[in-house]
Design a protein around this ligand. Sequence first.
Ligand code: BES
Ligand code: MN
Ligand code: ZN
Length: 496
Amino acid sequence: MTVTVESARASTRKHQLAPVIRGDQETLQFLPGELAGQARKTIALRKFEGRPGQTLLLAFGDRQCLLTGLGDPGELTFPQFQEAIGKGFLQLSEAGADKMDLLLPAGLGWEIPAMARLAAEAVSMAGYTFTGYRTLAEKPPRREVRLVPPETPSAKETKALNRAIALAGFVADGIRLARDLINHPAEVAHPGYVAAEARRVAKAAGAKFREIGGEALKRAGFHAIHAVGRAGEHAPRLVALEYGRRRKNVPTLALVGKGVTFDSGGLDIKSASGMALMKKDMGGAAIVLGAFLAIAAQKTPIHLICVLGLAENAVDSRAYRPGDILRTKHGLTVEVTNTDAEGRLVLADAMALAHRYKPGVMIDFATLTGACRVALGREVMGLFCDHVQLRDSLMALGESTGDHLWPLPLWAPYQRMLKSEVADMVNAPSEGVAGAITAALFLKAFAGDVAWAHIDCYGWSDGHASLFPKGGSGAGVRLCAQYATQLLEDTAHVSG
Ligand code: BES
Ligand code: MN
Ligand code: ZN
């Protein structure tokens, strides 16, 4: 997918995608006179009003124009704008358009570069495909989208537009990386593979890369992640990437991801249906690595740490067992009551490694509990955060970016469910209630006093929304990228 900007209000391609504000006739101005008349008739006949979700394909000879409804400008949110564009883009592509002009609408009252950025992000996300393993199907064409601004921009405005789509491109790259990592089968995307991808990302970003793997984990005291991953064919690993360096008045942000490349459940083995999608159990690691790529490519001048806890939860004679007691790097001991509650063990050690960098803010992403999926479904991520400012920032960014979150409580009284008679904590309560909350409370014991947020994500899309094709979703990448920018601005504000 390539996205470019046209330097004039001129559309010359045969295929056009036109987002239309409800009841707006102006949009048709780009059509030559006789076609505009014909189009108006079709629009009236088909009752196309520009409502959200409404689309209309107009065809004149070899020319096709797809109208996609935006609804009323006063009510339109960024995610709805993107959904309309994504939907239109997919329909027009389906109709055979490989190259199209996207006519940015006038009349929304939005900054044009900001609108261009949203549009570019939308088509990149909607146009994602994962077809590398299909030898029989035709390869999808490389699509080209040209953004046409509502008015001919000045040289300065053109520069701003190009910058905007470059930024969208970095975020799209991060999302694509996250999706690819999730979509590859666990046979391919094992801990070593993900670590190698991380190394590649670090190198391209000019970032530092560190890896502790296999027996070295044990020697360094990371017994929890080692126990989870030691039965896997590929050794478990902790990977840390560092972009920028510690400086005065520059925030240090740590992103931590659960990277269980396949979750069989371990000896407490999952059912067939419970295991079916478990290649996506490294979704948290994929998201934070994608975010790292985007933030570093944008050259956001922040001190950014990314820690991936990579392990396969496998079944083998060497597998860790129910009843085992593990000493985490933090020092707390954990009685293993269920080998399928492995994510929190991996994260406990990953968070310990992240703490070495003394972050001001730490955010972890994890496909941590089935309970969160039951509570919130696939499209909303659970947010656990007691730091009011961080929670408010993330909630607001969730709404504006479309990576939606909903707050769930770190309900302190439920800590009682994590009590163990032989160790400091159990990894899995026996009661079978509040599974997402008790998992978050387990992590809280390893969060220290840093401003910390835990995001329980599903990581996988069922293909209902146009921006999220079926498969690895990559939701969270945009959220992190925008949060990094905001954290930097907030810090600059506070420090004068
Ligand atoms: N990776 C799973 C959680 C999961 C399952 C996320 C399905 C999304 C969809 C996690 O490791 C797990 O197995 N959690 C258990 C915890 C339980 C044993 C305390 C769960 O949620 O059932
Ligand atoms: Mn599990
Ligand atoms: Zn898991």
